[in-house]
Design a protein around this ligand. Structure first.
Ligand SMILES: Nc1nc2c(ncn2[C@@H]2O[C@H](COP(=O)(O)OP(=O)(O)OP(=O)(O)O)[C@@H](O)[C@H]2O)c(=O)[nH]1
Length: 308
């Protein structure tokens, strides 16, 4: 038998907030003292962080003082957030959270035992304490992310690249996993700007970035760290696999049919590939990738060169 699932929509406008227990009216069968106390505690605790994961985890832990749960899932696709706490269970109660039209994600409570009406009322009431901390954390996350993105190509910017590289190098060292980078540059990009204008140049940059992203796995990261220079970070990737990815990207750009004034542009990229050596620094890894890129340019462009 399929488990009974409940999906509800909650719009936390002012009226709803009142209905959830701030009107002074007692709700049937609720435990007003402990519910009120939990609201008070949640209001204090959830304000202490701007981290979405920490807030949802705190909420999951605290709510269990009133309603037992086995798991909690929180999803906010456009922010790229998917959180799972606890272990999967057969019964669920899902809520679509929004505040005055602003979508704040989906929250699913899960449990092996069916939820009763009183528990659902309590959960719904407690959700109101999550609302504003969660909204603030999502806004903060969006602000941080936009500070790390290149708005033209929607790839990571130089700051993001530096932060991520250091983290990934540390991780690769600790986990003894390989890691490679591809540094790439559009060939004769200046000619495109000179011949067709800067805005066409911008459109070409966007098309190249989109093609690169389309040819990579989700876990691979693309950064635009200079005018027409990109870095692809390939975690868990050895030299041979990185060379294959580099070739795939080179061919992808070569096959890109970008039309200007009805005619396809001749587009190509040159790439330098370097694989992290034991105890190597980020600076050294980048220097080797840059040297390899220089070799690819010198040897005629539209090619991949491997760092020694
Ligand atoms: N449209 C546009 N052009 C940019 C941007 N950033 C840098 N550029 C241009 O990119 C060009 C880079 O030129 P070069 O460094 O000479 O390189 P190239 O013409 O690609 O030649 P090779 O790399 O040697 O193949 C310059 O004309 C810059 O003005 C940008 O954001 N938009």
């Amino acid at each position: 038998m399929a488990p009974p699932n409940r999906t509800n929509t909650i719009d936390f406008d002012a009226a709803k907030l009142q209905r959830l227990g701030f009107t002074g009216k007692r709700q049937p069968k609720l435990k007003p003292v402990s519910l009120a106390e939990l609201h008070r505690q949640l209001n204090l605790q959830l304000q202490t962080s701007l981290d979405v994961e920490r807030i949802v985890n705190l909420f999951f832990t605290e709510v269990q003082r009133l309603v037992s749960l086995d798991a909690l899932t929180y999803l906010h696709q456009s922010s790229d957030v998917r959180l799972e706490f606890g272990t999967l269970a057969s019964h669920s109660a899902g809520y679509r959270l929004s505040n005055e039209g602003e979508y704040l994600g989906e929250l699913i409570f899960r449990r092996n035992q069916r939820f009763d009406e009183q528990e659902l009322n309590q959960l719904e009431s407690l959700l109101s304490s999550l609302l504003f901390p969660l909204r603030n954390a999502l806004l903060y996350r969006a602000a941080v992310q936009s500070a790390l993105r290149d708005p033209l190509t929607d790839t990571g910017n130089r700051i993001a690249m530096e932060q991520t590289l250091q983290r990934e190098v540390d991780l690769a060292r600790r986990s003894l996993q390989p890691m490679s980078v591809l540094m790439l540059d559009i060939d004769h990009f200046k000619r495109i700007n000179d011949q067709y204008g800067h805005s066409t140049g911008d459109e070409v940059l966007k098309a190249v970035a989109t093609t690169l992203k389309g040819k990579l796995r989700n876990v691979d990261m693309v950064f635009r760290f200079g005018g027409e220079e990109f870095l692809v970070l390939l975690s868990g990737t050895c030299r041979e696999a990185a060379a294959m990815v580099g070739e795939r990207l080179r061919l992808g750009i070569l096959e890109l049919q970008y039309l200007v004034q009805g005619r396809p542009l001749d587009l190509s990229i040159s790439l330098g590939c370097a694989t992290l050596l034991p105890a190597e620094s980020v600076e050294s890894l980048l220097r080797r990738a840059d040297n390899a890129l220089y070799v690819a340019k010198r040897e005629g462009r539209n090619r991949l060169s491997m760092a020694g």
